[in-house]
Design a protein. Structure first.
Length: 210
C-alpha cells in the first residue's frame, strides 16, 4: 500500500502512521523527522530549513521534494510506504505526481483546531530516534524516556501556542486544499480523529479496508 497521511498539525498523523506501518509492514516516511535530523546535524539543508521552522513557516518545496525523492528510491519503499507530512501543498502534490508515483489512498484525519492546540501542548518526541508520544493520549511506557531507544523525550520548539496557531493558519490556507485535490482523483479516505487513540485507529482501518 502506498498511503499519504493528511490532517492538521497535531491530528495524530505520526502516531497513526506508525500503527499502520506495523500493521502493513511498510515504512513510514516522515518529512518532519528527516528535516529535523538535518537541523540537528547542522547540514546546509538543515540550516536553511531551521530558519523557516523557527518562524512556524513551511520549508520550501524544492528542499522537501529533493529529500522525499531520495527516500522513496530506497529499497525498503519498493513494497509500499506511508508519507507523513508530504505533500503539504498543491505544487508538492503535483511534483509527486510528476515522479510517476501512484498513491493508493490519501487518508485525511479530521480534528477541531481547539482540540489540536490542547493536544500539541502535551506532545513529546524522542531526542534521538524521533518517535512521538503524548503525556495523556500516548505516554511512553518508559516515562520521560523513549520506550524504543531509551533516549530522553523532549518538547518540540514549535509546539508553543503562538507557533501552533501560525501552523494551523498555514495548514488551512496551503495544505487543506489537498483534500479537494485528492477527492477529485478519487482516492481520498476520511476518518474522524477526535476520539481516543484506539477509536481513531479503528476508524482509519475501516475506511482503508472497508
Amino acid at each position: 500500500m502506498k498511503l499519504i497521511m493528511l490532517g492538521a498539525p497535531g491530528a495524530g498523523k505520526g502516531t497513526q502512521a506508525q500503527i499502520l506501518s506495523d500493521r502493513y509492514g511498510i515504512p513510514t516516511i516522515s518529512t518532519g523527522a528527516i528535516i529535523r535530523g538535518a537541523i540537528k546535524n547542522e547540514t546546509p539543508t538543515g540550516k536553511m530549513a531551521k530558519a523557516y521552522i523557527d518562524k512556524g513557516e513551511l520549508v520550501p518545496d524544492e528542499v522537501v521534494i529533493g529529500i522525499i525523492k531520495e527516500r522513496l528510491s530506497e529499497s525498503d519503499c519498493q513494497s509500499g510506504f506511508i508519507l507523513d507530512g508530504f505533500p503539504r501543498t498543491i505544487p508538492q502534490a503535483e511534483a509527486l505526481d510528476s515522479l510517476g508515483i501512484e498513491i493508493d489512498k490519501v487518508l485525511d484525519i479530521e480534528v477541531d483546531d481547539d482540540l489540536i492546540i490542547t493536544r500539541l501542548s502535551g506532545r513529546r518526541e524522542c531526542s534521538k530516534c524521533g518517535a512521538t508520544y503524548h503525556v495523556a493520549n500516548n505516554p511512553s511506557k518508559a516515562g520521560d524516556k523513549c520506550e524504543r531507544c531509551a533516549s530522553p523525550l523532549v518538547t518540540r520548539a514549535d509546539d508553543n501556542p503562538e507557533t501552533i496557531k501560525s501552523r494551523l493558519d498555514i495548514y488551512h490556507s496551503q495544505t487543506e486544499p489537498l483534500i479537494e485535490y485528492y477527492k477529485n482523483k478519487g482516492n481520498l479516505a476520511v476518518a474522524q480523529g477526535e476520539g481516543s487513540l484506539e477509536a481513531t485507529t479503528d476508524a482509519i482501518i475501516k475506511v482503508l479496508e472497508g
